[in-house]
Design a protein around this ligand. Structure first.
Ligand SMILES: Cc1cc2nc3c(=O)[nH]c(=O)nc-3n(C[C@H](O)[C@H](O)[C@H](O)COP(=O)(O)OP(=O)(O)OC[C@H]3O[C@@H](n4cnc5c(N)ncnc54)[C@H](O)[C@@H]3O)c2cc1C
Length: 370
């Protein structure tokens, strides 16, 4: 930690907070990152690193490491009840040259961000929980437990879905929550192509499979016994992680109040279908860093710019994610029919798959912040 007080205090050392600290450090800003947890994340959670994130992280060197460690998606197969009826081979050379969708466990992505940050002399401080904050026209003073106050020019709340920063700002988190439990398993698999993602709309519900490097696959679906529903010829082996989650869709009314901004899950949560959660947080972090530099140079209106630009993008995805998740989970006869006939039709329309990929991968909007 620098002897000088931080210019920006970042609350939360998840992917959003680490990325924000890194983007700020590269712009010469002194940031301090604090986290309530005793240490870094160890689980794989968010696994898809999308082309937009790779583009933003290119300047940090982290993108190259993600690309070399992770598994690139070469083919996506879509079908019903075990029968594949659509095969998509994304033309990354056209959609995002040199930046294919890449699968890497979240703990590794965070470790790579932290390593790059350490090169700037910044290390996340654990066991440090934000308990309150007050701001004036010129500063923000944060209270950390155990027993410390920090005064800073700007504060970024990247403290996740239950954000203490958001609570301190008295902001609502309106939206909806589903009671339907989704299950996930990370498991070694023999017999599957290593670069293949699948979506199989089965009678028991959707089954989504995504490949990590080294023959490990993430399986997501309904019901706690997903492995017997794998494609024919796929043999599951050692299970590395199992978890269960329920999906909520929520968006804060504003992403900044004065000198305090929110980013990542602190500001928006949505289903993992489409793999945007961590990616949206890293996009927020990039735009915040660009605007924070201007704010520190005297133009505080840039924090309002950050809030405006990112709220539009994030709220749009929360809405899309709600619709997409409802469709993927839907089991009515009409929805089942669409699931069977729509993918082959979509692949026969020139350019439609590329457009859909661009939208889903965050390439449908500029990162410019004016
Ligand atoms: C089981 C599971 C599977 C998922 N799968 C996917 C997926 O496939 N694709 C995808 O895109 N997303 C997925 N996600 C979501 C993804 O993990 C999140 O979107 C992502 O972690 C958000 O990053 P973040 O940095 O904004 O918040 P977080 O990762 O939640 O980090 C917030 C940090 O803030 C810290 N913190 C909290 N309160 C305080 C406080 N008061 N003071 C200081 N620190 C505090 C926490 O300890 C934490 O380290 C999944 C999540 C789960 C749980």
């Amino acid at each position: 930690m620098s002897a000088l007080p931080p210019q920006v205090l970042i609350v939360g050392a998840g992917p959003t907070g680490l990325a924000a600290a890194l983007f700020l450090a590269r712009r010469g800003v002194r940031a301090r990152v604090v986290d309530a947890a005793p240490g870094p994340t160890t689980t794989s959670k968010a696994l898809a690193v999308n082309p937009r994130t790779l583009e933003l992280l290119a300047e940090t060197g982290v993108a190259d490491r993600i690309l070399s460690e992770g598994q690139h998606i070469g083919v996506i197969r879509i079908g019903t009840n075990g029968r594949v009826n659509t095969t998509v081979r994304p033309r990354w050379d056209r959609v995002a040259p040199g930046r294919p969708m890449t699968i890497l466990p979240q703990a590794r992505t965070e470790a790579l961000l932290a390593e790059a940050l350490a090169e700037h002399g910044v290390r996340p401080e654990y066991d440090a929980r934000l308990t309150g904050l007050i701001q004036t026209a010129d500063t923000v003073t944060a209270t950390l437990s155990p027993g410390e106050t920090v005064t800073t020019a700007l504060l970024l709340g990247a403290d996740g879905a239950h954000s203490a920063t958001r609570h301190a700002l008295n902001l609502d988190f309106p939206g909806d929550a589903s009671d339907l439990p989704w299950h996930l398993v990370d498991v070694e698999i023999e017999g599957a192509a290593r670069d293949e993602a699948r979506v199989d709309f089965q009678r028991a519900g959707p089954l989504i499979t995504l490949p990590f490097a080294g023959g490990v696959f993430r399986i997501i679906g309904f019901g706690d016994d997903l492995l017997p529903r794998l494609p024919a010829g796929w043999t599951p082996g050692r299970v590395l992680w199992r978890s269960e989650f329920k999906v909520s869709h929520r968006m804060v009314p504003t992403m900044a109040v004065g000198r305090v901004a929110l980013a990542g899950d602190a500001a928006h949560i949505h289903s993992p279908i489409g793999g945007r959660g961590m990616n949206l947080g890293i996009e927020d972090a990039f735009v915040f860093a660009v605007c924070a530099v201007d704010a520190l140079n005297g133009d505080l209106s840039r924090i309002a710019d950050y809030a405006r630009v990112r709220h539009a993008v994030d709220a749009a995805w929360v809405k899309t994610s709600r619709g997409l998740t409802g469709f993927v989970a839907g089991q009515s006869p009409g929805v089942r029919l669409v699931k069977r006939i729509a993918p082959p039709i979509a692949t026969s329309v020139p350019g439609l798959i590329e457009q859909a990929l661009k939208r889903g991968l965050g390439l449908d909007h500029p990162t410019a912040v004016r």
